[in-house]
Design a protein around this ligand. Structure first.
Ligand code: KG4
Ligand code: ZN
Length: 340
């Protein structure tokens, strides 16, 4: 018989956030996230700098998570880490650290798929008053991924649609860069969009079959639009900044929501969840809320700290693996490409 409460130390280091969390079953005791700002001036994540920063941050971040949880290392029952997908040099840091802890404390090691974790964040105890009910659809939208997943159980995922090129967050970030915003540009576009007129400019939407997405055409469309407008008025971006942000944001969110609606109709599902960094977007949140009335959706949007990259989501996924004794051994290696 297993002991009453499971304490898991979880590590996330797939991209540019070093995060450690401690969970007591499905409850988050601590969730420390150290965001690397070294990438800001480069307009995107620089892999070599990311792995160096993880190396520097991982021990203090993990110590802080254990301390904030009010536990000692000896109270831990398992250690979990993000096995992929992600940047190889970043994943390796989390993997090496988690293996050392597993060996030193003689506790099981649990591998977690980052994309599963974004979805299972919905089952963290304080994420919602009630968790989604299977089967539900989850729109996972981040800087690296855009997919619609049919979630049938804690370990049964079917990707029904995904981006054929750029991810939604990548589109936000790349377009933000075109208008001179720093990385990551998504939250900044969101902030400026709140003051702008979303109807001011229109951009064409991609024609992609089934439930798939494409965002690279929009990025090119915005690039040409800005180039032409700047020829006529060199101050065009500056003078129309908020309206450009609002119009771009409206287009990206409409693209995301249209396919989500199509999938919801096709599968006859009304339980709709979102995950990943872009789910912090205020216009996406408003569009989902609106469909609670117009389409009778029950929508699930986790608190922002569980939407962007964080170790609590790795911890909750590891909890479900722990109770099914899905452990790894020290031969576990990170996988830059990993699918659901
Ligand atoms: O999930 P996440 O933290 O990391 C990845 O796994 O990629 O997502 C980061 C992405 C970035 O592209 C960022 O610009 C975007 O999420 N993002 C947003 C907002 N907050 C974060 N995009 C639009 N609006 C936001 N409020
Ligand atoms: Zn992510």
């Amino acid at each position: 018989m297993r002991k009453q409460t499971i304490h898991i130390l979880a590590i996330e280091s797939s991209c540019d956030d070093t995060s450690a969390a401690v969970l007591s079953d499905k409850r988050v005791l601590s969730n420390i996230i150290s965001t690397q700002d070294v990438h800001e001036k480069y307009g995107g994540v620089v892999p070599e700098l990311a792995s160096r920063s993880h190396q520097k941050n991982i021990v203090p971040v993990a110590n802080a998570a254990i301390e904030q949880a009010g536990l000692s290392k000896n109270n831990l029952d398992a250690v979990a880490y993000t096995v992929g997908p992600g940047l190889p040099g970043s994943l390796i840091v989390g993997s090496a650290f988690a293996k050392s802890i597993s060996m030193a404390l003689d506790v099981p090691l649990i591998e977690v798929n980052h994309m599963e974790a974004h979805i299972l964040a919905h089952f963290i105890e304080d994420a919602h008053p009630t968790a989604p009910v299977f089967p539900f659809l989850c729109l996972t939208v981040s800087g690296g991924h855009s997919q619609i997943v049919l979630v049938k159980d804690y370990n049964k995922f079917e990707v029904v649609g995904q981006t054929l090129d750029d991810a939604a967050g990548e589109a936000f970030d790349k377009i933000a860069k075109l208008i001179g915003l720093s990385y990551p540009g998504g939250p900044l576009i969101d902030k400026h969009a709140a003051k702008g007129n979303a109807e001011r400019f229109s951009f064409s939407k991609p024609k992609v079959d089934s439930f798939n997405y494409s965002f690279s055409g929009l990025k090119t469309g915005v690039l040409y639009f800005l180039r032409d407008s700047l020829k006529e008025n060199p101050a065009f971006i500056k003078e129309n900044f908020d309206d450009i942000c609002a119009s771009v944001q409206k287009t990206i969110i409409e693209i995301l929501i249209n396919k989500l609606e199509k999938a919801a109709r096709h599968f006859g599902i009304l339980q709709i969840a979102v995950a990943g960094g872009v789910s912090a977007n205020s216009s996406l949140r408003a569009a989902l809320k609106e469909r609670e009335t117009s389409l009778h959706w029950k929508t699930f949007v986790p608190p922002i700290e569980y939407c962007t990259d964080n170790a609590a989501m790795i911890g909750i996924t590891a909890y479900f693996k722990y109770i099914h004794k899905e452990f790894s051994d020290l031969n576990s290696v990170p996988k830059a490409r990993l699918y659901l």
